[in-house]
Design a protein around this ligand. Structure first.
Ligand code: B1M
Length: 240
C-alpha cells in the first residue's frame, strides 16, 4: 500500500518513483483499501471498517468512492448471498451494523462533499404487531443502498406513517406485518396516505411473512417484495 517506496518498474527514471508509477501505485492502494472495507464489512468487523474508512479518507480517496465501492459494494455482496441462502439473519445483522458504523464515520466527509441520500423512506411495523427483526433487516438493506430511513418502530398506527412521511419528505412508506391478524392494518395506512396530499406522490411498499403480491394489489399498495434484499432493490427502482 505504501507506493512512495515503490521502484519504477520500467527503469525509465532510475530507482526513484516517477509520476506514472506514483499514480499507478495510488490507484492500486485505493483498490486494495476498498476491497478491505468490503471484506471486513461482510465479516461484520465494524471497528476495522471504521478504521479503514478513516484511513481511506486520509489517503485522499473520495468519500463517494468509499461509499459506493467499499461499503455499498460489501453490503451488496451480503444482500446477494442472503437472497441465495448462503448467509443468514445473524450475518446480515452484523454486516449491516458494520455498514452503519462505516457510514457514520463517512458522514461528515460526505456532507462536506455535498453527497445527498438517494431519497427518504419511512419504515414501520403496523399497529398491533411487535415483530421487528424483518423490518430492521429491510431498513438496513435500504440504508445499505444509500436511502435515508426513518424508523417509526413497531405497533405503528396509520397516522404515524403519514406524519413521518410528511415531516421527512419521504418518497416511500414501508409497512411490515408478520401476523395474519395484523396484515389487515396495512390497508388503513394505504388509504390514509392515498387520501392525503401525499397520494400519488409517495409509493407504498409492503412485506412480511403473510403478505403476498395478491394482497398488495388488493389493498392498493404499490410494491410487494418477499425479502429484505429485493425490497432494497425495488426501493431504488421506485426512487428513479
Ligand atoms: Co411471533 N409469530 N408472535 N414473535 N414470531 C410468528 C410470526 C409466527 C409465524 C410463529 C408461529 O406461530 N409459527 C406466528 C404468526 C402466525 C400467524 O399470524 N400466521 C407468531 C405469533 C402467533 C406471535 C404471537 C401472537 C404469539 C403469542 O403471543 N401468542 C405474538 C404476537 C405479538 C405481537 O406482535 N403483537 C408473537 C410474539 C413474538 C415475539 C415478541 C416473541 C418475537 C418477536 C421479536 C421481535 O421481532 N423483536 C416473535 C418471533 C421472533 C417470531 C418468529 C419466531 C420469527 C419472526 C422473525 O423475526 N423472522 C416467527 C416464526 C417464524 O417466522 N419462524 C413468529 C425472521 C425475519 C428475518 O423474517 O420477519 O418474515 P420476517 O422478515 C422477512 C420477510 O418477511 C421480509 O423481509 C424479511 C427478511 O428477508 N419482510 C419484508 C419483512 N417485512 C418486510 C417489509 C417489506 C418487504 C419485505 O417492505 C416494506
Amino acid at each position: 500500500m505504501v507506493y512512495e517506496n515503490m521502484v519504477c518498474e520500467n527503469m525509465v527514471c532510475g530507482d526513484t518513483v516517477c509520476a506514472f508509477d506514483k499514480e499507478r501505485g495510488r490507484a492500486a492502494m485505493t483498490r486494495e483499501i476498498l476491497v478491505e472495507i468490503s471484506d471486513n464489512l461482510q465479516e461484520g468487523k465494524a471497528n476495522a471498517v471504521v478504521e479503514l474508512v478513516l484511513e481511506a479518507l486520509e489517503a485522499g480517496v473520495p468519500p463517494r468512492t468509499i461509499l459506493d465501492q467499499g461499503l455499498l459494494a460489501g453490503m451488496g455482496i451480503i444482500g446477494g448471498k442472503f437472497k441465495a441462502n448462503e448467509v443468514f439473519v445473524p450475518e446480515v445483522l452484523v454486516a449491516a451494523r458494520a455498514m452503519n458504523r462505516g457510514a457514520e464515520a463517512l458522514k461528515p466527509a460526505l456532507a462536506a462533499e455535498g453527497v445527498r441520500a438517494r431519497g427518504v423512506a419511512v419504515i414501520g411495523t403496523v399497529r398491533g404487531d411487535w415483530h421487528d427483526i424483518g423490518k430492521n433487516l429491510v431498513k438496513m438493506m435500504m440504508e445499505g443502498k444509500g436511502i435515508e430511513m426513518i424508523d417509526i418502530g413497531v405497533d405503528a398506527p396509520p397516522e404515524r406513517f403519514l406524519e413521518a412521511a410528511r415531516e421527512h419528505g419521504a418518497a416511500i412508506v414501508c409497512c411490515s406485518a408478520l401476523l395474519t391478524t395484523t396484515m389487515g392494518e396495512i390497508k388503513p395506512v394505504v388509504d390514509l396516505i392515498k387520501g392525503s396530499e401525499l397520494g400519488g406522490k409517495v409509493k407504498i411498499m409492503v412485506g412480511g411473512a403473510p403478505i403476498t403480491q395478491g394482497f398488495c394489489e388488493q389493498v392498493g399498495a404499490d410494491c410487494y417484495t418477499p425479502d429484505a434484499a429485493t425490497a432494497a432493490d425495488a426501493a431504488i427502482s421506485l426512487l428513479r
